[in-house]
Design a protein around this ligand. Structure first.
Ligand SMILES: [Zn+2]
Length: 64
């Protein structure tokens, strides 16, 4: 009886609800992937949902 411990989910963290930049839609459990600092104007924050992080191999900023 093997238990699967490969889940990357972090159940202790609340799931964020917001815009996923990668599939261009609203999703649950999004994480901040990168915040692009710009010289002028607001920086651009890129968020990705779980499936997109798996698909594109994205690593959340806080996990680096
Ligand atoms: Zn997505």
């Amino acid at each position: 009886m093997a238990e699967t411990t490969q889940t990357e989910a972090t159940p202790d963290k609340p799931t964020a609800h917001g815009w996923c930049t990668w599939h261009k839609g609203v999703a649950e459990g999004i994480r901040l992937i990168s915040a692009i600092e710009q010289g002028s104007g607001p920086g651009v924050s890129l968020f990705a949902c779980g499936p997109c992080r798996d698909l594109y191999g994205l690593v959340p900023l806080t996990d680096r």
